[in-house]
Design a protein around this ligand. Sequence first.
Ligand code: DX5
Ligand code: ZN
Length: 217
Amino acid sequence: MKIAPSFLSCDFSRLGEELTRMDKAKADWIHLDVMDGHFVPNITFGAPVIKWARPYTKLPFDVHLMISEPHKYISDFADAGADIITFHVESDSNIEQTIDLITSFGLKAGLVIKPNTPASAVFPYVKKLYMVLIMTVEPGFGGQSFMADMLPKAREIKQYAASFGHDILIEADGGINEQTIAQCAAAGIDICVSGTGVFKAEDAAKAIASLKEKSRI
Ligand code: DX5
Ligand code: ZN
């Protein structure tokens, strides 16, 4: 299991130190939640902040776009140093063109599904995707309760992809902690995002080690 601490829960007044702290704590990826106050009822940060953050760690930047028109900003996030860009299947952009735009920059593309969206919504695009992100909370805020009933979507997507020989990673995001990570592992999740569970822990290294330990099944 890979662990991707969500940057949303970091202390932004010490952004660089927070990233080196995650690096030392053996995080696998850094998850960056971009919100526009339109697609979700919250505003976070955009490409300029990611660009400032980029020099502080070599860990892959997993950028989760919760914005209405992702296609307009892909080049900005590519320039800022994103490695993986995921955007919502529920957004207003043309899905296929946006995936192609992400991959045209040499980046990995993923689609995200909200809790009310079925797994089948990503099926038409699966062959072009590196990853699918399953929301286990309503997107918008950190610190919400985990929705375990979202997890069966992981096998649905993996089985569909496997039916034509495509390997796909599945990430889960929202409410993941020591109590809920074992269920994610059992459901076949490959990467777990954890915001409050890691950044707000007293010892991030211990928190990450413990999440990994609890995901061993
Ligand atoms: C929610 C974000 C999540 C969130 C996770 O919209 O996509 O990445 O920050 O935070 P926790 O782990 O606290 O639920
Ligand atoms: Zn996220």
